[in-house]
Design a protein around this ligand. Structure first.
Ligand SMILES: Nc1ncnc2c1ncn2[C@@H]1O[C@H](COP(=O)(O)OP(=O)(O)OP(=O)(O)O)[C@@H](O)[C@H]1O
Ligand SMILES: [Mg+2]
Length: 239
């Protein structure tokens, strides 16, 4: 972690009801980093991403992004700060075309003169979306819908891309394509925070990672170290 912190989370506690889901999480993403969070079902992984996007009702602790105190901001404001969130389950608009879905991603920059160039960048990354730009998103395959969800987020030109289980339910070949795309997005300078059930793949593409268990970070380290860690191998890699 030599670069400056882009996202700083300290002592994050969060919950939806009186039940607390996160019990004091510390996590940092530096400028240009590709960080992953791994953990079992219901550990609270999505709740971390949703807390950053200010979508969780009960949150305390420190949440800072690029010098801004996120605790003073609402979910409507995080996109214009440069945070793009690809939610679990994609949540694209099925009755709108691919192109319309992509344009919605740029809603904070509706008048930007570079919208065609932004869309061209998405099509360069996912050529299949160019072929299908007029197609209703709901009629696309699962993999193509995930490309729309990621492409829509990229239309914001985010500083930080939050990815929640982007490979869930996709065929292995599509998962690989998706992860190649993430490596490209990262190499062009976007910082990434990835939540992934496919731990092997997550540790392949990310440079650093955190293990979350029952709302607490229990391990953190370089992806290479986590890959070699006997506890990670036993619990998440089935080795
Ligand atoms: N909107 C909500 N209202 C009430 N409880 C919620 C809500 N969303 C999540 N929870 C609870 O918070 C806990 C953590 O959920 P979260 O979705 O963050 O886990 P996760 O690690 O992302 O799990 P998964 O791997 O299944 O996606 C769970 O016990 C869940 O039931
Ligand atoms: Mg989740």
């Amino acid at each position: 972690m030599s670069a400056a912190p882009l996202l700083e989370i300290r002592g994050l506690k969060a919950g939806y009801t009186e039940v607390e889901v996160l019990h004091g999480v510390d996590l940092t993403v530096c400028e240009g980093e590709f960080v992953c969070i791994i953990g079992a079902n219901t550990a609270g992984k999505s709740t971390i991403l949703r807390s950053i996007s200010r979508l969780v009702p009960r949150v305390s602790g420190t949440l800072r992004f690029a010098g801004t105190d996120l605790m003073t901001r609402s979910s409507f404001e995080t996109p214009s700060l440069g945070i793009a969130h690809v939610p679990e389950g994609r949540q694209i608009f099925p009755d709108m075309t691919v192109e319309e879905n992509l344009l919605l991603g740029a809603f904070t920059a509706r008048t930007a003169s570079d919208l065609p160039a932004r869309m061209q960048d998405v099509f360069t990354l996912f050529p299949r979306l160019l072929e299908r730009r007029e197609q209703l998103a709901g009629t696309l395959s699962g993999g193509e819908q995930q490309m729309v969800a990621v492409g829509r987020a990229l239309m914001l030109k985010p500083k930080l891309l939050l990815l929640d289980e982007p490979s869930h339910g996709l065929a292995p070949k599509v998962v690989e394509e998706m992860h190649d795309a993430f490596v490209q997005i990262h190499s062009r300078g976007t910082s990434i925070l990835l939540v992934e059930q496919n731990v092997g793949l997550a540790l392949d593409v990310a440079t650093r990672g955190y293990v979350l268990e029952s709302g607490r970070i229990t391990l953190e380290g370089s992806a290479a170290d986590l890959n070699e860690n006997p506890a990670v191998r036993a619990a998440y890699l089935g080795i």
